[in-house]
Design a protein around this ligand. Structure first.
Ligand code: CP
Length: 307
């Protein structure tokens, strides 16, 4: 059986280099061979629930497209219109969906660790589509797959992750995947949004945006997550943009520099709108990669249901 080492996808830390390379190979196969209208049989007869307790555009839609291209039956679950509003627990909700024959769950939740808790209480397969500030493993996989396609390698590449690192599950997942693949990672951001005290990865900080541009092959710019912030973390949005915002003027002296952002973007805050037409801005490519990476993850994990 060709699959990844764990029968779920909860944390980037669980992924070995071999797992990541296998996911990339499978994604490349789908990217090279998929034609509009194609349906693969990988998930034929399997029901997949998309349970999003937090809003999403890219992750939800790309998982849904991926599951449908693999012939799964997909069930959308909107927390706001469910019996959760009547007091049913998250676990009872999962058990209810499980009793209907669902075997794969794609879950986004605002609480860090929610999917890990649910996985311990189901025989189904859970894919983490983002849990609080903790992890977003498929985002890190699609970011690194995009970089592999752009540079032809990952080993030795230098990335600065810029902005709101403290609240970012994308940063956490990317650090693990990037380091596993032999890349170097630094951070840049205001002190209140950097994990200064709790920096388990021992990541170095850039002093300013100019140093980040000089050192890096890639700037991974993050969204300022105002919905997860307490007040007082930033003096003003204008000041954040002035010191940490990535603009076309700032990066123009290094035309080979790659700019990425997981989306959604606050244009005018962390990223200048003009960057969207910069040739090495890979934001749209990241979105496209997301479908193939999620097809690959679903296809590989479905092997566990067939044995
Ligand atoms: N990158 C990302 O997770 O985007 P969505 O919130 O739109 O899914």
């Amino acid at each position: 059986m060709q699959t990844i080492s764990k029968p779920y996808l909860l944390n980037s830390e669980d992924l070995t280099k071999e797992d990541i390379n296998l996911i990339f190979q499978k994604a490349k196969y789908f990217q090279d061979n998929y034609k509009p209208g194609d349906r693969y049989d990988d998930l034929k007869g399997i029901s997949v629930a998309l349970a999003f307790f937090e809003n999403s555009t890219r992750t939800k839609l790309s998982f849904e497209i991926a599951a449908k291209r693999l012939s799964a039956e997909t069930i959308g679950f909107a927390a706001s219109s469910s019996s959760l509003s009547k007091g049913e627990s998250m676990l009872d909700t999962l058990k209810t969906i499980e009793a209907m024959g669902v075997q794969i769950y794609i879950i986004r939740h605002g609480s860090s660790g929610a999917q890990q808790f649910l996985q311990r209480n189901t025989s189904g397969i859970i894919l983490n589509a983002g849990d609080g500030k903790h992890e977003h493993p498929t985002q890190a996989l699609l970011d690194n797959y995009t970089l592999l396609n752009h540079f032809g390698k990952l080993e030795g590449l230098k990335v600065t992750i810029i902005g709101d690192i403290f609240h970012s599950r994308v940063a956490r997942s990317n650090i693990n995947v990037m380091r596993t693949m032999g890349m170097e990672v630094k951070f840049l951001g205001p002190g209140t949004l950097l994990p200064q005290i709790y920096n388990p990865w021992g990541v170095e900080f850039c002093k300013n945006i100019d140093e980040a541009i000089e050192w890096s092959d890639i700037l991974l710019v993050l969204r300022l997550q105002r919905e997860r912030m307490n007040s007082g973390l930033l003096p003003s949005i204008e000041e954040f943009s002035k010191y940490y915002g990535v603009t076309l003027e700032r990066i123009s002296r290094k035309p080979q520099l790659v700019v990425m952002h997981p989306g959604p973007v606050n244009y005018g805050v962390e990223l200048d709108y003009k960057i969207s037409s910069y040739p090495n801005c890979l934001i749209q490519t990241q979105v496209t990669s997301g479908v193939y990476i999620r097809m690959a993850c679903l296809s590989l994990l479905s092997q566990y249901l067939k044995n």
